[in-house]
Design a protein around this ligand. Structure first.
Ligand code: ASP
Ligand code: MG
Length: 436
């Protein structure tokens, strides 16, 4: 069970999480830092990198006040309050000891790790104050990356097993998300937002029956609630569908973060701490149901149409086009082809000018800016008739710049002008998910 920063963002929220994790069996609970803390630790490191030790110390002082307040609100028992106070004080004195002229990258990693150290310490002690026999699994004792900066799953599995065996009577276990050791044994992290990856790695290591990712929204919605009314949570998604949605702009788990779960066939459930009884969204590998699941949009898209000047053979032309993008390490989102040309889309202007210059050597080039990709996800296997027609039908009054279908079994994407994005999302909602 993984809880993100906002879920443990205050004493009140920590208490709420405690009530959700107790009495549900011997689970492993992965916590992020309290919301805002990792950003503050980044800020402290920035001051130190700029050799502004006093600046760093001031930020530390105000951060410490926040934790003292949280302690006073969490602990009614004097002994636990004193213990929490001592632990957190120790962490802050460690932070202060790193405020030195010789600040380096290792110190930075050490600083960034303290947020998760604090949230888990508070949760662990709070659970004990409430009479829960919680065990502690220090992430730095089992979470490790190898020479390629990838998780060392064999090591993680062995160490985790050993650590849990040391504490067999525990009702549940608390551990830190995000932080790890690297192949040199130094404190490191799994990149910002890495707690989801921690949960996925642990779930895979212990062969969990399910991984729960708790946030403060009720799962993944079938359309963008910022623009469309009457959206509803999607009950089930295939891992591939979730990946398409994430790629095309939906706020959902990053596919890389759940890869260990996907590969090891462990379902991931998205749940809401504010509404724990809601069923949320289950992401898994089982067969797709014959339905359209969700719609998402990605802004800031640029379409580039390259028409062959016919000096090159068709195959050489295609090769050259993609080679140019590859030379600039420029990812392409959508592709559509015809006999004489190809349109591709990219999502930023980065290095675009150079790319356009080179493309002009092999054909005529036309650029359309301010476009949006509208991605429809679901069971879009080519043998199922009707779904792509329904999506196209919904967009009958909207100018569609390009369509991409058949790249996978689970999506069809449309490129429209950004000005038409909201209308397109609403039209699709009405046609694909009619209310009632
Ligand atoms: N605390 C880390 C961050 O803010 C990791 C996480 O929350 O997933 O990026
Ligand atoms: Mg997150």
């Amino acid at each position: 069970m993984k809880f993100g920063g906002t879920s443990v963002g205050s004493a009140e929220r920590i208490k709420n999480v405690a009530s959700l994790i107790v009495g549900r069996g011997q689970n492993i609970v992965v916590l992020s830092a309290m919301s805002g803390t990792t950003n503050t630790l980044v800020e402290i490191s920035d001051y130190l990198r700029h050799r502004n030790v006093n600046g760093a110390k001031e930020v530390i002082n105000s951060l410490e006040k926040k934790y003292q307040k949280t302690i006073s609100l969490l602990f009614t028992d004097v002994d636990y309050r004193m213990e929490a106070d001592e632990e957190i004080r120790g962490i802050f004195s460690h932070l202060r000891s790193l405020c030195r002229e010789s600040f380096n990258e290792e110190d930075e990693k050490e600083i960034l790790a303290q947020g998760e150290m604090m949230s888990t310490t508070l949760m662990y002690l709070y659970l004990h104050q409430q009479g829960v026999n919680a065990g502690f699994l220090p992430a730095l004792d089992f979470m490790r990356t190898n020479e390629n900066c990838e998780a060392d799953s064999e090591y993680i599995r062995e160490r985790l097993e050993a650590l849990m065996e040391e504490n067999p009577g525990a009702e549940l276990y608390v551990t830190q998300g995000y932080i790890c050791r690297n192949c040199n044994g130094k404190v490191d992290n799994l990149q910002r937002g890495g707690s989801d990856l921690t949960a996925s790695l642990i779930g895979a290591a212990v062969v969990a029956s399910e991984i729960e990712i708790w946030t403060d929204i009720d799962g993944m919605h079938n359309n963008d609630p910022r623009y469309v009314e009457n959206t509803s949570p999607v009950a089930e998604l295939h891992f591939d569908e979730a990946a398409e949605l994430a790629y095309f702009g939906a706020k959902i788990l990053h596919p890389a973060c759940v890869l260990p779960a996907k590969v090891n066939n462990i379902p991931v459930r998205l749940l809401n701490t504010m509404e724990p009884a809601a069923r949320g969204t289950l992401i898994h590998n089982t067969d797709r149901s014959r339905t359209i699941k969700a719609v998402a949009a990605k802004d800031g898209i640029i379409a580039i149409k390259i028409k062959s000047s016919r000096m090159l053979l068709a195959s050489v032309f295609m090769h050259r086009v993609f080679e140019i993008f590859d030379n600039y390490r420029k990812p392409i989102d959508m592709i559509a082809t015809s006999e004489v040309g190809v349109t591709v889309t990219v999502d930023s202007h980065l290095k675009l000018e150079h790319i356009l210059d080179e493309l002009k050597e092999i054909g005529t080039v036309k650029v359309d800016e301010d476009m949006a990709i509208i991605c429809v996800v679901g069971d879009l296997h080519w043998r199922n008739c009707g779904f792509e027609a329904a999506a196209l039908d919904a967009l009958r009054d909207i100018p569609v710049r390009m369509v991409s279908y058949g790249g996978s079994d689970c999506n069809i994407s449309f490129l429209v002008s950004a000005a038409d994005k909201v209308a397109a999302l609403r039209a699709l909602q009405e046609r694909l998910f009619p209310a009632g």
